[in-house]
Design a protein around this ligand. Structure first.
Ligand code: SDX
Length: 423
């Protein structure tokens, strides 16, 4: 607690407790506001509203800081790996050597999907969007693990589900890709690392450098505090729904173009610009035109009003990966040109719009051979440990309540029903 704030409502003044976090962030606790004043607050898109306290991820949008459990993203991207970061997010500490070995083995042990689920994935049309397949297959896991549908999972249940979903969602993504290409599935090889096994299931081969680049991308996507999809996971989880439907809800929210779907939209935007001769000026003008719904995909962020630290790392990775793979992608040059022009354009500067995590990630995924419509499914693979860590924190918070916001009604006031022939 950091003292109280006074709220003067004219006929009444009340005191609101001030909460201060470990990084000095401050909030007004309004949990008693309606009971004491009859007022609620209104905050479109929750721009100024905190939904919870959390110890998982800290980010500072003004300074471009992102830390998982206190560790800077730059250090984790440089020195850690995706499964170790997943452990860190979930348990709150870096694992010991023994814990890491056991965790890798446990995740790798989930190397199969239930047969019925395999055929469900194969039954989708080849043209199905991977996010629809992924969301459906994830909630369909509830049909095969019915002992995990109870409202109060034990700590062991949660730990087992954490490893299970990290293993099985990877299988679902790879299998849905093989199905979309009309190819037979490739079995998981638990002797390979997480990313090498995924790439092998996708393409039948796995280069060390490509696997390393993918591992860094998954680390960078692993969590991002109360973003739209993590908040969706918390809302669904707050009703004590099972983990399969809770994560499926997160997948659905991430699909949106303003959120995780932006990485696919960035590639489509860059390809459009390339087809039209590579002139980024038109895209910038469209993005600035208030009459045009077009947004410069991969630019802007609710929290970052400075560079998204992940975009900085991915941009460097882009150069490295394309050079290593000897790929010369004109889209990278268009992206760099677009970034340069936008960062010098008054419209973007005034609104503090910078490249976000989605601006460059698609170029690397494309270089790794991943089809554009699968980019958001790759975001799911990365974000899964973050969603499950936020869900665990919610379920272990004794003060957590079912999410049920209020509203201000603006519809018709009371009126009486009229029979059909009286209208
Ligand atoms: C992710 O929240 C997270 O943490 C998300 C994420 C994560 O890891 O989970 O970081 C991942 O979702 C990244 C964002 C990916 N989305 C995109 O790249 C889509 C393009 N970006 C925009 O749609 C937008 O910037 C948002 C959705 C990201 C943020 O929107 P906000 O916070 O609601 O900001 P806003 O729409 O109120 O914008 C403020 C102003 C507006 O102009 P004015 O009304 O002040 O004149 O900036 C303009 C907006 O029109 N603006 C843009 C723009 N983004 C904002 N104008 C053109 N192009 C853009 N991209």
């Amino acid at each position: 607690m950091a003292g109280n704030a006074k709220l003067d409502l004219g006929d009444k003044t009340i005191e609101l407790p001030v909460i201060e976090g470990s990084e000095g962030e401050k909030a007004l606790d309004i949990s008693k506001l309606r009971a004491e004043t009859g007022y609620i607050t209104l905050d479109n898109g929750f721009v100024n509203t905190g939904s919870c306290t959390s110890a998982v991820t800290f980010l500072n949008g003004e300074k471009g800081i992102l830390r998982y459990r206190g560790y800077p993203i730059e250090q984790l991207a440089e020195s850690s790996n995706f499964l170790e970061v997943s452990w860190l997010l979930y348990y709150g500490e870096l694992p010991t050597k023994t814990q890491m070995a056991e965790f890798e083995k446990k995740v790798a042990s989930f190397n199969e999907l239930p047969e019925g689920l395999e055929s469900m994935i194969s039954s989708f049309p080849k043209s199905a969007h991977p996010m629809g397949v992924l969301s459906s297959a994830t909630v369909a896991l509830s049909a095969y693990y019915q002992d995990h549908l109870g409202p109060n999972p034990t700590d062991k249940d949660k730990e087992d589900l954490f490893a299970q979903l990290l293993g099985q969602v990877k299988l679902i993504v790879a299998k849905s890709y093989r199905n979309s290409q009309g190819l037979d599935p490739i079995a998981s090889d638990s002797s390979l690392s997480y990313c090498k096994d995924f790439l092998n299931m996708m393409f039948g081969e796995a280069d060390d450098e490509v696997a390393k680049a993918l591992d860094v991308l998954l680390i960078l996507h692993a969590d991002h505090e109360q973003n739209c999809s993590a908040s969706t996971v918390r809302v669904v989880g707050s009703s004590h729904a099972n983990i399969f439907s809770t994560i499926s809800g997160g997948i659905d929210a991430l699909w949106g173009q303003l959120h995780g779907g932006a990485n696919q939209a960035v590639l489509e935007m860059l390809e459009e610009i390339n087809k039209a001769g590579g002139d980024a000026e038109k895209a910038l003008e469209k993005a600035k035109d208030k009459e045009d719904p077009f947004k410069l995909m991969g630019f802007g962020h609710r929290v970052y009003k400075n560079f998204d630290p992940r975009a900085k790392i991915i941009k460097v990775q882009c150069d490295k990966v394309l050079e290593k793979l000897n790929v010369n992608d004109p889209l990278l040059n268009i992206a760099k040109g677009l970034e340069k022009q936008a960062l010098e354009d008054e419209y973007f500067v005034k609104r503090k719009l910078y490249p976000n995590v989605d601006f460059y990630s698609g170029i690397i995924y494309k270089a790794l051979g991943i089809p554009t419509n699968m980019f958001t499914a790759m975001f799911v693979l990365g974000r899964l440990p973050g969603w499950m860590s936020q869900w665990k924190e919610l379920r272990e918070d004794p003060s957590a309540k079912i999410c049920r916001p209020r509203q201000i009604y603006t519809g018709p006031t009371e009126r009486n029903y009229k029979a059909l022939d009286e209208r």
